[in-house]
Every structure is written in C-alpha cells, then in structure tokens.
Write a protein that binds this ligand. Structure first.
Ligand code: AMP
Length: 125
C-alpha cells in the first residue's frame, strides 16, 4: 500500500514501503526467527552462510547512518547479538551502508552470519 505524503501544499511524494516493511506487515512471507515491538529477524532469502539472518527495525530508516536515536541503534545491536547467540556460538555481524557499501535494500538491517564451524568463514575482513 502506498502512503501519499505532502512535504508542502503543492508537492506530493509517493512513499513506497520497503520490502522489509512489507515483511513486517505480513504482505510478504518470511521465515521469522525473532520478533518484538521494535525489531524483526528473518532468514535471508539468499543465504551467504549456513546461518544468515537479517535483524530489521520495524520502523524503516534508509541506512544505518541516518539513525539519530542512539538508544535505538544500541538496541538494534543488542538484539542482533541476542539473535545471533540463539542461533550459533560464533558469528559475524555485517551492515552494508549505501550502494558503495553493498547495500541493496534501503531499510536498515544487520546481517547475522555464522554456522561455519570452528575454522570460521573463508577470508577475513
Ligand atoms: P543488503 O545488500 O545489505 O541491502 O542486504 C539485503 C539482503 O536482503 C540480501 O542479503 C537479500 O538476500 C535479502 N532479501 C531481500 N529480499 C528478501 C526477502 N523478501 N526475504 C528475506 N531476505 C531478503
């Protein structure tokens, strides 16, 4: 569903819901592994690791560095570590920020990657 917003009386802008907002509203199905009032965590549709989950704030911000609420950002990472620890003992958290950082969905999310075993992933950051 589109929301029509007015930034001035004469200028209207159609705001498309992000794909993750459509997951939150259950318009798009997803494998949900965690949910609370503020966040949802779903399995990535195209996993890059044996464990690959996305931790997503329900209220969309376009990218990590547009978040101004420090407490919200803190809870995002607290939630990501909590979800990660529920799935795998060791893990990697990744946030792609902007097209040049590899971001393809412009709704902030944290990737939880893991499940490689004791040797860890191929390649290091
Ligand atoms: P990023 O490139 O950091 O923006 O990550 C976007 C991630 O969202 C990618 O890993 C996609 O595989 C994943 N993705 C896109 N659409 C869906 C979906 N409907 N359900 C689950 N994961 C998705």
């Amino acid at each position: 569903m589109n929301a029509l917003t007015a930034s001035s009386p004469a200028v209207y802008r159609v705001v498309m819901p992000t794909i993750f907002e459509r997951v939150v509203s259950r318009e798009i199905p997803a494998e949900i592994v965690y949910e609370d009032d503020e966040f949802i965590a779903i399995k990535d549709i195209n996993p890059a690791a044996p464990v690959h989950v996305l931790v997503i704030p329900k209220v969309a911000s376009e990218r990590l560095d547009t978040i101004t609420d420090e407490a919200h950002m803190g809870r995002l990472f607290m939630t990501a570590t909590k979800v990660a620890r529920s799935l795998t003992p060791d893990y990697r958290l990744v946030v792609n920020v902007g097209p040049g950082g590899g971001q393809t969905v412009f709704h902030t999310h944290v990737h939880v990657l893991g499940g490689w075993g004791e040797d860890g992933p191929d390649g290091h950051v």
